[in-house]
Design a protein around this ligand. Sequence first.
Ligand SMILES: [Zn+2]
Length: 490
Amino acid sequence: MDDVIIGLEVHVQLNRLSSKLFCGCSTDYHNDPPNSHTCPVCLGLPGSLPVINRKAVEFSIRVGLALNCRIEQQTMFYRKNYYYPDLPKGFQISQYDFPLATGGHIMIKGEDGERNIRITRAHMEEDPGRLVHAGTIDRAKYTMVDYNRCGMPLLEVVTEPDLRSPKEARAFLDKLRTILEYLDVFDGSLEGSMRVDSNISLAGGDRAEVKNISSFKGVEKALSYEITRQRNLRRRNIRVVQETRHFDELRNVTVSIRSKEEAHDYRYFPEMDLVPIRVADWVPNVQASLPELPDARRDRFREQYGISDDHAKSLTSEIKVADFYEQVASRTDPRLAAVWIADVLKGELNYRSLGIDRFSPDHMVEIVSMLASQEITEDGAVILLRTLLDRKIPSLVDTEKPGATKAGGQLSVRVCDLVGSLGLARAGDQAVRAAVRDAVAECASAVSDYRSGNERAINFVVGVVMKKTRGRASPAEAHRMVQEEIEKGS
Ligand SMILES: [Zn+2]
């Protein structure tokens, strides 16, 4: 994909703020009726005046610094003039010259290895309201408008055209989201919290902009569709028109909505109701309060806990997972914990679309400790994880046996009790040895196949051992013991 050129404009809602950008309205509107979080300022009524939310500026500086940007000495706001039903003022307060942050970069996992993606700028602006169409955008009989979102604090992060594939665009968004969550300025689980405009072209061609995609998967799909569309045009010697397109998530296609507008179309001019802000003076304090960021935490995990870089990366890609890991690692074998959380637990959670908060660190500590002391097998540990996640704990739930207590409405179970009730305790050496002897005696033909050079025939015998011990033996150990037993007899 060497000829693909992608740049992103990411609108991030700073939704960890409690009030909007220029008024005191609450940002916590997601479960409330439409138009219940509004006031004359965010509705743009005549005579109302905006007042900047100090904390929003601070949050934005925090993001700027974390993206390795330069923070302007002084920043100011502009009016971006356009009319749209969700923008009752007829203009959006945004930034133009002197944006808050410029010239940054972050590292992402690219198609071949780590890649540095340059950030052009990050600027503050207010979110418009939201249009709710009765049906799809092109067939709706009517459209309703909800102004709850009007005036929500947004940070627009603009990249240089450094991305080379839809996958890299996705990797960039994942990394940006991780950083924002570490900074505690953003909650990505809220609807519409991150919306992406992407510019895409093939080398030498004009670019198309696909606007307002609200899911990362959508961005990847829209870009893949655009690459195919532009390649097909090129093959037929047709020029790509510079335009704005809409991604239809249901049909997985992009459709033209209008020709691309230029900056002068918006007639930017300074917002005289807001004074310029000298942000340079704020930087030292904000810098000092920055938390440990994902890349730094990944390096520390590798060194402090002696785990692989892949595990360290996987464990730090979500702040909640990283915190969970540290809680577990401080109380049991950190390397084994890394393997079981990164490779097994995360997979089981993904499969069920659950977050890590659905699993108790205490349970993980118990499971890892029992693995370390060989009280349970790896198969047994997987069964324990699944049982705890699916809450299929029949005997304990039904009959309040010792070990099952209802604490605060939540069922609390001790893993060691579960091991007992599910019969997962690892089989003792004696029992495994007896099973191996019986299996070797029963599987005469597999044993003779193995002796005559078919190495794989041994797996059949190991399978019989696992059956006889009801999965409570370690397969690797059973394999070793079967081999010994066969060699003894030959
Ligand atoms: Zn308001």
